[in-house]
Design a protein around this ligand. Sequence first.
Ligand code: SF4
Length: 689
Amino acid sequence: MNTDAVKVLPGRYCNSLTEYSRFITREVNIGDVPMGGNNPIRIQSMTTTDTMDTIGTVEQSIRMVDAGCEYVRITAPSIKEAQNLAEIKKQLRARGYTVPLVADIHFTPNAAEVAARIVEKVRVNPGNYADKKKFDQIDYTDLEYQGELERIFHKFTPLVKVCKEYGTAMRIGTNHGSLSDRIMSRYGDTPQGMVESAMEFMRMCEQLNFYNLVISMKSSNPQVMVQAYRLLVETMVAEGMNYPLHLGVTEAGDGEDGRIKSAVGIGTLLEDGLGDTVRVSLTEEPEAEAPVAIELVRRYTMREKAKGERQKVATEVKNLSPLTFDLLPSKHNPYEYKKRETYEANAFIGGHLVPRVVVDLSKKNLKDPAVLNEAGYLYSPLLDKYNMAEQSVDFVYLADELPSFTLPGNLKQLYNYNTWLKLADKTNCHPVFTLQEYIGDVDRSSKLNLVHLKPADIDSDAFGSIQLDKSLVFVLETEALHGMAEQRSFFFKMEELGLDVPVIVKRSYVFESESPEVGKSESEKVHSPWSMDHGQTLLQLYASTDLGALLVDGFGDGIWIDAPELPTGVITSTSFGILQATRSRISKTEYISCPSCGRTLFDLMVTTQMIRSRTSHLKGLKIGIMGCIVNGPGEMADADYGYVGSGTDKITLYRGKEAVKKNISSANALDELINIIKGDGNWIDAVQE
Ligand code: SF4
């Protein structure tokens, strides 16, 4: 068995960094719905019912399939639930549903071996399949480490043999936060540890000539998740493997936060051409997950169609298609977060400042001061003054329109250059130039000048004659179908040229009710049954993918989202949500809540809302809300506090990874949690509006 550390060959994690190219994996059979290769990116989800509730599980599975799920995962915590999968499967088939079932296994090899005889796929967590987690940071000698691997090989082999005999597929599903003590001792809770955790099991499978594998690397932190999947691909390819990838962000939460967080993680990897199946985990009904996953994936189907080609499928693990990797700029490491170094433009933007938020108000009613409410400046007509909210934008773009009221002093206004020139009072007002305007001999602001660019401008003569000084900031916009990659290439070129000019990344989304799906001229036209809610969801998913993918790589000193059909409030909250999910600017409490499953010990949706209602003002705090104590503490990863179901009506409260109140009544668990937060000095009283 190979116990060598993962070898990193920088820059080899996707087919192309500049154009959309799907990483073609080995095809794996899962019932009659194959995954990987040239198959569509599959949609899946997991039931939340008790697995012993056969009717409830069957009916929920049917709702999930009707919503678009192509695989249904069901938890099997012990042998009895594993056995009941046979009954669930029988009833689904009797009702005409042939959806492949997946058994979710943690800690229980015996349940896995039963389930693998019944369902089409089993999911094992290599962090706990044959390990009791003790949270000991023991130092393993090479010999001890090797001994551990041999012990696991022994325990794991029977399951692999059952899978081979029954044609059952297997997902090796690593989770950040539930790695084995062995892995933790050598690699820590890192993307590298996650990759090695799966690789150990994958190598064992190959040693047993079993190749019907799917791999996942989930985390509730999209940054960690993206780095782990990229490193996995690099490592797999180096070892001659190309197994399909199951993408997911764990414990993403609910509503807007859950959608944005999922899209940042999953979308970033889809942009890289990675991913063969998607599961979006929301603390909502499971049938709410598939539509989100479908929208995330749909964009890439359109891109493949636009490109008009499919790649050759590599079916033999030792016979990979030749992969052509682009080299990354020497300074950039896609497996580690490092913000691109920029100068601070007169304390407005760049440097160590958090990314700025710009919204366009030029088409709004600029006669009414309340127009700023949705941009986070709450106008009080009585006092004729503004109060800032937690999410107040930094810049408003007014183009050529002049407001008929005075804007708050800390809100900066952006005007088109020619309009800015004519302003009598330029206090707080800054010009936006075209590239041609800027290179001329013109009046500029002494403080801040924004220059609007397209990525290709960097190769132009005009770009070469830009006068560089520390008032200059670029606004980078793209209309390309694979716009994220085009904007990323711009950043790579800036790095190569040694330019440290701050950049605001801009994307525009045009929502139309009818028109062809491919060959768009604007950023990305979105065509679907139009409704405000649907438009809002699409904006959350698309903007989080496009801008989040750059922010997780450390690119972007500000973001500017345009979506003329949507209210300013939606754009403001999506912008701040993206910055929060990428952890580049924290403006609210973060909830890491599990999606719930058959193990869940309380109503997660109701409890999450209850906890949110009393703690949502604790900006920057991360609170884990987990349905069970079996996996919850591990999966809430880096939460500051945890609220974890530990029995019927029993809650265990955590401070970080330490259980500080065990098995207390759920009736007063939230009060107790608040007392702990207060005792730690992390509580502030909510401001009454
Ligand atoms: S943490 Fe939540 S989703 Fe995970 S096993 Fe426990 S109850 Fe199920």
